[in-house]
Design a protein around this ligand. Structure first.
Ligand code: AP5
Length: 207
């Protein structure tokens, strides 16, 4: 199954993608994680996109589309995948349609206040890309998956979160209509506990 997870920053795309990946045994393709890995390793791409990520803007479509195209051509995507954070613009969605057949786009619907609360408590593991919330951690800086050192993502500062939400509304929100008009959209209430939201997604996928 080829699945897209849509939703505002902090709506829970990464959290749900990680759970779906272990249940469905198909890979999570997170463009955000790919970019952060390049940043950490200081690759030429990482250096090129450093300021864009810090400001919460979008990496140019040509770069992002090519990265996703290459990644989806890898063998582990042959039986399906979960796209987390891509597409993020109409141009990206159109490019994706030209080389892939998407089964459904799941839109996680969460209000702004919840998103801000979630992002202000997020902790991220640069070693395994694990995402957690401070309220559920027994150790504030130790990754429960790999014991790596948890960090606060630089783009989770209050000002950058506001900018990311603006970028989302202008560029990514129109994708809801894009997939609705193609009969591919499913909207899921993204409020509630991780388990509650995940259960709603599982119900949708069973249908
Ligand atoms: P990216 O990493 O994709 O960031 P994002 O879309 O802003 O999404 P987030 O990772 O912030 O949130 P999420 O929805 O995954 O929520 P999460 O599960 O972490 O992209 C980063 C940057 O890369 C972009 O700003 C851009 O510059 C660039 N980029 C990426 N893709 C691009 C593209 N296609 N084109 C161009 N540029 C691109 O959850 C958030 C927090 O809430 C966590 O702490 C989590 O534990 C908690 N939480 C989740 N669900 C629940 C729940 N149900 N109840 C309580 N807590 C919850």
């Amino acid at each position: 199954m080829n699945i897209i997870l849509l939703g505002a920053p902090g709506s829970g795309k990464g959290t749900m993608a990680q759970k779906l990946t272990s249940e469905l045994k198909i890979p999570q393709i997170s463009t955000g994680d790919i970019f952060r890995k390049n940043l950490k390793e200081e690759t030429p791409l990482g250096l090129q996109i450093k300021d864009i990520l810090a400001s919460g803007g979008l990496v140019p479509d040509e770069i992002t589309i090519q990265i996703v195209k290459n990644r989806l051509a890898e063998a582990d995507c042959a039986n399906g995948y979960i796209l987390d954070g891509f597409p993020r613009s109409i141009a990206q969605a159109e490019a994706l349609d030209a080389f892939q057949n998407i089964d459904c786009a799941i839109n996680l619907d969460v209000d702004k206040e919840t998103v801000v609360k979630r992002l202000s408590g997020r902790r991220f593991c640069p070693d395994c890309s694990g995402t957690f919330h401070i309220s559920t951690l027994t150790h504030a800086t130790k990754c429960p998956n790999c014991s790596g050192k948890l960090i606060i993502r630089p783009d989770d500062s209050e000002a950058t979160v506001r900018d990311r939400l603006k970028v989302y509304e202008e560029n990514t929100f129109p994708l809801i209509e894009y997939y609705r008009s193609r009969g591919k959209l499913v909207t899921v209430n993204g409020s509630g506990t991780v388990e509650e939201v995940y259960e709603r997604i599982v119900q949708v996928l069973h249908r």
